[in-house]
Write a protein that binds this ligand. Structure first.
Ligand SMILES: [Zn+2]
Length: 294
């Protein structure tokens, strides 16, 4: 069953049980954000990709994100979802499996093993970069780096790669293809690193480093000085200046932006090594195998 069908089926089961009924119980050990008050009513259950959103009549939204079953299987993790139980029915889960549970007359809905579950008020659109416009231009001195950090910390898809996130104009702009490669290299960051696996400190370091590199590199004098001196950009097949491994090029996202990087030293937060993600495709798998054989 495709992911989307799974989530639409779950939402279709939740709606007749929950919608229009006042909340009589709420347990939220895993929830980040405001809780709906007892007596409030679920107004809708919506699906957006791998997210399931429950909206209450006081504008609180419970926003849950789940893994794709494929990734979950590769990482030997649970495939989570919302499950519905009749009053008095024994759950097949322990309390630690449940991130949020809400009870209305006759039914309890449990959010089991999500990637993340958070809540926010509908009018607080700043909370979600998906709803905002273009992010700050971090090539400008004085750019609002706090806002960039916030957008990264609350990125809508924690399983997006840093290479993808770096191309997302809602987070920040002004980086461009060249410095996307250079910033990731400077931080020894694997381009496939999952944004959700990065700590606040990691992200803060990265944002400061990106802004610093752009500010100094885009300055006219230093640009002349450093012309043709990129560490990795445009240097496919050449030796990495740091570890002397071979620089490679990957193509990121639907626009297939070129991303140059070094497998030898850009190993921080590598999701394959950390068991968070399978190899991306056949050619990567073949290459990885060659590297292990050699
Ligand atoms: Zn290297």
């Amino acid at each position: 069953m495709p992911d989307s069908d799974r989530f639409h089926h779950a939402a279709a089961a939740l709606r007749p049980a929950l919608v229009g009924r006042p909340l009589i119980g709420f347990v939220d050990p895993g929830l980040d954000g405001p809780s709906p008050r007892l007596g409030r009513v679920v107004e809708s259950v919506e699906v957006q990709g791998r997210r399931v959103l429950l909206r209450f009549d006081d504008d609180v939204i419970i926003d849950s994100l789940f893994r794709s079953p494929y990734l979950a299987a590769m990482g030997r993790r649970f495939v989570g979802l919302w499950y519905l139980y009749r009053e008095g029915q024994v759950w097949p889960y322990s309390e630690s499996d449940v991130a949020v549970a809400l009870t209305v007359d006759g039914w309890t809905a449990a959010c089991v093993h999500p990637v993340s579950v958070e809540s926010y008020r509908a009018q607080d659109s700043r909370r979600h970069p998906a709803l905002g416009g273009q992010g700050p231009d971090i090539s400008q001195i004085g750019a609002d780096l706090g806002r960039v950090l916030h957008a990264l910390l609350f990125y809508p898809d924690p399983e997006a790669s840093m290479a993808e996130v770096f191309a997302d104009q809602r987070v920040f702009c002004g980086v461009g293809n060249v410095y996307r490669s250079e910033v990731l290299w400077a931080n020894r960051l694997n381009p496939d690193a999952l944004v959700g696996s990065m700590s606040r400190r990691d992200l803060m370091t990265l944002v400061n480093s990106a802004a610093g590199l752009l500010n100094s590199s885009l300055d006219q004098k230093s640009r002349r000085r450093s012309e043709h001196q990129f560490a990795v950009y445009g240097r496919n097949g050449q030796a990495c200046p740091r570890c002397h491994d071979t620089i490679t090029v990957s193509y990121i996202g639907p626009a297939e932006h070129e991303l140059y990087w070094c497998r030898g030293c850009q190993t921080r937060h590598d999701p394959v090594r950390e068991g968070l993600r399978p190899l991306r495709n056949g050619s990567d798998a073949a290459e990885e195998q060659r590297r292990h054989v050699n």
